[in-house]
Design a protein around this ligand. Sequence first.
Ligand code: 5RP
Length: 233
Amino acid sequence: MAPTRPPASRPADFDPQETERQKRAAALAAAELVDDGARLGLGTGSTVAHLLPALAARGLRGLRCVATSPATEHAARALGLTIETLDELGELDIAIDGADQIDRRGWLVKGGGAAHTREKIVAAAARRFVVIVSAEKAVDAVSAPVPLEILRFGAAGTLRAVGPSRLREGPPSPDGNPIADYLGAVGDPAALAARLSGTPGVVEHGLFAPELVSDVLIAGPRGIEHRRGAKRD
Ligand code: 5RP
């Protein structure tokens, strides 16, 4: 049975408790970047789950948020954060999200939680996009699996055209579409991204170009590394 979330390769000394501590540290640092009155995009996942209470605890005035998934929306509302639609908010001041991989060139892989299409829309709508990760997400070069949101119609043919890939079992995207993972070589991420975007039936892929990213906060055992991305206000 295919997993609901593809296993990422983990270092031999992977420590889940330390990883959780790092996710929280990155999330707390990102919460400090949000100002009163901000229009804020909220990503999805276990790292963002640490961000939400940190934001709520800051008691920011006039904060207006858009959520990239029902899970984030429910958690944010339960903490008293104001959720609106992206159309109501328009351009965002800042968006904060996790990632599955971040490489030396600034390429991301996202979509482990099946929400990458909404996350990419929100990242693109934000003047500043901040990525928060634990240290094991930092890699030399992004690699498979690369999540794909696809249309149910013609899904088998879409995946044949994509190449080595597997349909995920488990929850669909927040918009009800199936999620698959591309399992082949990545090589040049820009070329693969263009090929996947050009494949009929692929709604969106999980490769995020460096031009979408403003800041990356990588929390490790010795503190937080702050990498500047290519996106500037
Ligand atoms: C959801 C995502 C997540 O940001 C990504 O999978 C990282 O998740 P986590 O913070 O749980 O490690 O892209 O679609």
